[in-house]
Design a protein around this ligand. Structure first.
Ligand SMILES: [Zn+2]
Length: 174
């Protein structure tokens, strides 16, 4: 057996704390008509900072929104750990680049976070109808970038990303 007392390998993510906590902005954003389904439908979002920058297609990923699910035999273990970690089972996990987030001003943080919120949308069936579960609750999932959503963010915040042109081409390619 190797000695596992060195836990450095576990610190890939940090839990946000203090004034910079994304949940503070989140609580404000979900009062807007565009995002009030988060509050109305009780969509639980939890936040983590990613410590090491993640490069995707040559571009640093500043944030991402994801369903907190894993495949395979440890699916239930993962859910249990998440539940214990956050004190509830989040519907979505929002991962933010720690260095970028902590260095960003309030407006940039808000733009990034609101962009991530736009990735959460009610799913539609193959026939184009909104999806609900057996109890009649809306089923939410992740959508990729679409130009409409992107326009909304740009109209509101302008070109908040440093390389907005690259972002536009990436967005329209999805
Ligand atoms: Zn995005």
């Amino acid at each position: 057996m190797t000695d596992n007392t060195d836990l450095e390998f576990l610190t890939a993510y940090n839990v946000p704390e203090g004034d910079a906590h994304p949940a503070i902005i989140f609580e404000r954003l979900i009062d807007l008509p565009e995002h009030q389904h988060f509050r109305d439908d009780g969509i639980a979002v939890e936040f983590l900072y990613r410590i090491a920058p993640k490069i995707k297609a040559g571009k640093q990923q500043l944030g991402m929104m994801a369903l907190p699910t894993v495949q395979g035999q440890f699916k239930d273990l993962f859910e249990q750990l998440l539940c214990q970690f956050f004190g509830r089972m989040p519907h979505f996990l929002c991962i933010l680049d720690q260095e970028f987030w902590l260095a960003a001003d309030q407006v940039t943080r808000e733009a990034l976070l609101e962009h991530e919120l736009c990735h959460v949308r009610q799913e539609v069936t193959k026939t184009g109808e909104l999806r609900f579960d057996q109890d009649g609750n809306p089923v939410y999932g992740i959508v990729g970038h679409d130009i409409e959503e992107f326009n909304y963010i740009v109209r509101k915040y302008g070109a908040w990303q440093p390389d907005i042109a690259a972002f536009i081409s990436a967005a329209s390619g999805e």
